[in-house]
Unconditional design. Structure first.
Length: 366
């Protein structure tokens, strides 16, 4: 492992650059040459600490406490959830993580820090115990990275369990004027971008949906932005973050994920996207299924008169690197204002399975 990423400031750090702190007195301890070379924690020489090991690892750039196993990650996964306000980011993120933990996949998913744990537990309780959607994230909330560790028990040997760090920002894509520098670094360094789109924000789709379902599925009054403007807005956010000139294609793989599919299932009949996804059960990314879903959604957009949406995606991201997904965090529309029926998330792991397959963590099968 050559480059380590600080999960908090997204700066690259070298193993030799890591700073060490004493958990007893809090002062910085300096490793000897040998300790440095072996990535060993130095001893604290402060009076009263009795040569206790200075085991706290700190980022030299931002000073954050690094996970104790920072050197053991074999991959840094960055799962960027981008989307405008109301797209369904917070609810999607919560159900995706919950499903990942309860799906029977051979992974152990652990929060890397207390904040991640608190935010996730709170949101999980709302959806799964109180049957309420996660409320709109208050505007101006600084986007906090959620830090998870995935341990792959299927690939574990006597000596090691491969582990990956998974960083997710909830709140990216919002404020075009004040893009958080951490998020910029993170987007620039992401191989895949996951763009969440609320289908109910597309004028051609809104007319398919009953007014009550429409109002229970939207946190704020819709701005009725034209579909192309919506895509161009997100694209310009990505360009600014990753420093990509207007007119140049954004050279990243993109998952365009339609959320809230429950509200529009009727218009899909018995199409593949309405059926449970096969990826989790097969523990692989099943390409034929994903191709069918991709085609169905493109086709459906055309039928709803949303060609301009497709065009805007192609103009910004090119014709070959985009995959369309359809998910529903709840599995069915809310049953009232802030009220959920039985929550059975639908295909929420599909985009992540694509990312994992591209990273070589799970196989892709045709
Ligand atoms: N029908 C339906 N509604 C959903 C689904 N997921 C989210 N919603 C609704 O969409 C609205 C917005 O969802 P959020 O998850 O708060 O969206 P967000 O992108 O986090 O929005 P901000 O925090 O405002 O940026 C809420 O009113 C949810 O009830 C879904 O799977 N189905
Ligand atoms: Mg939110
Ligand atoms: Zn000490
Ligand atoms: Zn840092």
């Amino acid at each position: 492992m050559t480059d380590i990423l600080c999960p908090y400031c997204m700066n690259k750090i070298t193993p030799g650059g890591i700073k060490y702190g004493c958990p007893n007195c809090g002062t910085e301890a300096h490793p000897s040459m040998i300790e440095r070379a072996r990535h060993m924690a130095p001893v604290c020489r402060q009076p009263g600490c009795d040569r206790r090991l200075a085991t706290d690892r700190k980022c030299p750039k931002c000073g954050a406490n690094l996970p104790s196993d920072i050197l053991d990650y074999s991959k840094y996964l960055r799962f960027s959830i981008l989307g405008i306000s109301g797209a369904g980011k917070s609810n999607f993120l919560t159900t995706m993580l919950h499903e990942m933990r309860s799906s029977g996949l051979p992974w152990v998913l652990t929060p890397m820090d207390p904040d991640t744990q608190t935010v996730f537990r709170g949101n999980e309780k709302l959806i799964y115990e109180d049957a309420e959607p996660v409320p709109a994230t208050p505007p101006g909330t600084p986007p906090q990275p959620q830090q998870w560790k995935i341990q792959d028990t299927k690939k574990m040997t006597n000596r090691i369990i491969p582990s990956y760090s998974l960083t997710i920002f909830d709140g990216a894509g919002e404020d075009q004027q004040n893009i958080d520098p951490k998020i910029s670094k993170y987007i620039a360094g992401s191989r895949t971008l996951v763009i969440l789109i609320d289908p109910l924000a597309l004028p051609g789709v809104r007319r398919l949906v009953k007014p009550d379902v429409l109002s229970w599925s939207s946190s704020r009054a819709s701005t009725h932005e034209a579909a192309a403007d919506l895509v161009n807005g997100l694209a310009s956010y990505i360009r600014t973050s990753a420093n990509i000139k207007t007119g140049k294609l954004i050279d990243k793989d993109v998952a365009v994920v339609f959320t809230k599919m429950d509200a529009v299932f009727d218009s899909f009949g018995t199409a593949t996207v309405t059926q449970p996804g096969p990826h989790v059960m097969r523990q692989a990314f099943m390409e034929a299924d994903a191709d069918a879903v991709d085609l169905e959604i493109r086709d459906w957009l055309m039928r709803q008169g949303e060609q301009s949406f497709l065009n805007a995606i192609t103009v910004n991201f090119g014709p070959d690197r985009v995959r369309y997904f359809g998910v529903s965090s709840f599995g069915q529309p809310p049953t009232g204002p802030n009220r959920l029926g039985r929550v059975l998330p639908h295909r929420v792991l599909d985009p992540l399975m694509w990312v994992l397959a591209k990273e070589g963590i799970i196989p892709a099968k045709s």
